[in-house]
Write a protein that binds this ligand. Structure first.
Ligand SMILES: Nc1ncnc2c1ncn2[C@@H]1O[C@H](COP(=O)(O)OP(=O)(O)O)[C@@H](O)[C@H]1O
Ligand SMILES: [Mg+2]
Length: 261
């Protein structure tokens, strides 16, 4: 799943445990008139291909700011960011957009689907920007929807789908261009607890297949499904540790009560 056509700058071979994200002493300032908010205060992190990282921390601690930088939606004010050995800090908006489109899949708390288009059309959208042919784009989109268990819902509109199903459409959309990393900012924040665990089951399976995932959550129950937990506080990394004995979401689901439809 995690494929790239990018030449490898440093000549390392493409394999597991290769560094995919390298962040060095990143700062972010927001200027609001007279006021300057120092949202990130020297963040350094290395993430290897195949890892599954959760980011936790109080509201305002810099999690979304950090995710926006990882996702090339925003640039650091200072410091370095290398994504698959490509120096991202300093690229033009156009170059950033190209990297976003090819290397990064996003999933948000609010699903962000287009309401007047079907599940299939929502998933196809990123393939249009990537100049993939209509036929190939549709084929990939159907495959992505099948992968998240929605092969029989391709013609449904978002309003005809449950919250969990809408989030699965959003995950299919994030995967359709075969990104190197999946970034998810509070993806289960709007979902009931059983549905949230079902989404984590999908993430664990994607990660088993080699996809690198970085996920923000404020729920410890959700964070435990990842392999590594990073805690933000006041714009800094306060803790960074491996998660031992993480549960399998597919097993946890068995013990959760089913919601009435
Ligand atoms: N676009 C922005 N303009 C100004 N300040 C911002 C902006 N985005 C975030 N901030 C500020 O930066 C800090 C970190 O915010 P954020 O990254 O959204 O935190 P979190 O996602 O952990 O809740 C907060 O103090 C917030 O108010
Ligand atoms: Mg946030």
């Amino acid at each position: 799943m995690a494929t790239t056509s990018q030449p490898d700058v440093k000549g390392a071979t493409k394999q597991d445990h290769e560094t995919i994200i390298l962040v060095r002493d990143v700062h972010k300032y927001y200027e609001l008139g007279e006021i300057r908010v120092h949202a990130l205060r020297g963040v350094s992190i290395e993430i290897k291909r195949g890892d599954f990282v959760t980011i936790m921390g109080a509201s305002g601690s810099g999690k979304s700011t950090f995710m926006n930088i990882l996702g090339c939606l925003d640039q650091p004010s200072a410091g370095r960011y290398l994504l698959e050995n490509i120096e991202v800090s300093g690229l033009s908006k156009r170059q950033l957009a190209a990297i976003r489109n090819h290397k990064i899949g996003f999933v948000f708390q609010g699903f962000n689907l287009l309401s007047r288009t079907t599940a299939l059309e929502n998933v196809e959208l990123p393939t249009l920007y990537a100049r993939i042919s209509k036929a190939e784009g549709e084929k990939r989109s159907r495959e992505a929807l099948a992968l998240v268990g929605l092969g029989d819902r391709v013609a449904h509109f978002p309003s005809q789908l449950s919250g969990g199903q809408q989030q699965r459409v959003a995950i299919a959309r994030a995967l359709v261009n075969q990104p190197s990393i999946l970034l998810a900012d509070e993806p289960t924040g709007n979902l009931d607890s059983r549905t949230a665990v079902e989404i984590m089951d999908i993430f664990q399976k994607l990660n088993d297949d080699g996809l690198t995932i970085v996920l923000v959550t404020h729920e410890p129950d959700i964070a435990q499904f990842a392999k590594r937990s990073i805690q933000f506080r006041d714009g800094r990394i306060r803790r960074d540790e491996r998660i031992l004995n993480r549960p399998r979401a597919s097993e946890v689901i068995q013990n959760l009560p089913k919601l009435e439809d």
